[in-house]
Write a protein that binds this ligand. Structure first.
Ligand code: AHM
Ligand code: MG
Length: 343
């Protein structure tokens, strides 16, 4: 291993120097999220002692089982962000309502943060990879006043920064600003995230598709045809495409970002809006992929252009390598045209 890899803090400071008028608040937020991530990593890695990966019978407002890890990660992020004084309020996948940090210092900050504390937690009792996802918006209400729901209901296009932490074979924090996407691997020996993946670019094409194929008969005809087109291609060129689905979005999208490919979580007959949350899961990843040269749509629109109506709203998601998502969008357009000719 080469000496002297830049730490997350050093990287943040070097970026900050590019903006002499910057307040340092955004940089502070990234440091605090990094701190929460290290604490979450620490309890996960000591599961034998902490029992953090066990299950409970408690269900959240969406009826999903809440695990001690979900609760711990949620509390950890809430606490560090409140203490950071650079955050006016948060929205969490685990909280029914937004939380406004209504005190003088927090009211003066410019940003609000939305996060999914632990994504893919249904995988955690099997020791599989999970992650944390976050998005940071500049407030649209006046600083000096408490933030409000308006600050959160902004389209993803307004994100200032977004990122994720992947707790896998190694723990990484990947985050994007409009300047680029960079990945930092946690070195547990020194307790620091160190720059390991500078300037990440998503390849324009890939050979991996990632979808819960057990639902294929419930997908719309377009999505079925798109998936079948890859399977048919494999008849002529065996092994050209391959399928990988962890069922943990952070793991599936981390691979897609680095290696290329497409990830699909479409609508089904029972769930017309799909499963994934626009604000906590889809927008942050859509932002990261767009900055890295990839693409994210809900079938018809760019994910980042959707004007949200509710913080917990869901959306279908197709995300990944630009050429593959574009090709999928042609299938959708063709179906829409055929549909309008039929009607
Ligand atoms: P969660 O936020 O409750 O963990 O759910 C989101 C997860 C994603 O990580 C993953 O892509 C998806 O749910 C898997 O869903 P399914 O089991 O329906 O394929
Ligand atoms: Mg989630």
């Amino acid at each position: 291993m080469k000496p002297g890899k830049m730490t997350l803090d050093e990287f943040r400071l070097s970026e900050l120097r590019l903006y002499p008028n910057a307040t340092g608040e955004l940089s502070n937020l990234l440091r605090e999220i990094g701190l929460a991530a290290k604490r979450i990593y620490s309890v996960i890695s000591r599961n034998g002692e902490t029992g953090i990966l066990s299950s409970t019978n408690i269900r959240n407002t969406s009826g999903e089982i809440v695990k001690p890890l979900d609760q711990y990660a949620n509390e950890e992020l809430l606490t560090v962000l409140k203490h950071s004084l650079s955050c006016a309020g948060v929205a969490s996948e685990e909280e029914e309502n937004i939380l406004v940090f209504d005190n003088k210092a927090n009211n003066n900050s410019q940003y609000v943060v939305m996060f999914d504390p632990i994504d893919g937690s249904s995988n955690s009792n099997n020791c599989m990879t999970v992650g944390t996802i976050f998005g940071i918006y500049r407030r649209c209400t006046k600083t000096g006043t408490p933030c409000s729901i308006k600050d959160f209901l902004q389209p993803g296009r307004h994100l200032v920064a977004a990122g994720y932490i992947i707790y896998g074979v190694s723990t990484m924090m990947v985050y994007a600003t409009k300047r680029g996407v960079n990945g930092f691997t946690l070195d547990p020996a020194i307790g620091e995230f160190c720059l390991s993946h500078p300037k990440i670019c998503c390849p324009d094409v890939g050979r991996i598709y990632s979808v819960n194929e057990s639902n294929i008969l419930n997908f719309g005809v377009t999505v079925r045809q798109y998936i079948e087109s890859m399977q048919q291609y494999n008849v002529a060129y065996p092994g050209f495409f391959t399928a990988r689905y962890v069922g943990s979005m952070v793991a599936d999208l981390h691979r897609t970002l680095l290696e290329g490919g497409i990830f699909l979580y479409p609508a089904t007959e029972d769930h017309q809006d799909g499963k994934l949350r626009l604000m906590y899961e889809c927008n942050p990843f859509a932002f990261i992929f767009e900055v890295a040269g990839g693409m994210a749509i809900d079938g018809c629109r760019e994910i980042l252009s959707i004007i949200p109506a509710r913080v917990h709203q869901r959306t279908p998601l197709f995300i990944g390598s630009r050429d593959m998502v574009t090709q999928l969008s042609y299938f959708v357009k063709y179906e829409n045209r055929a549909g309008s000719r039929r009607s």
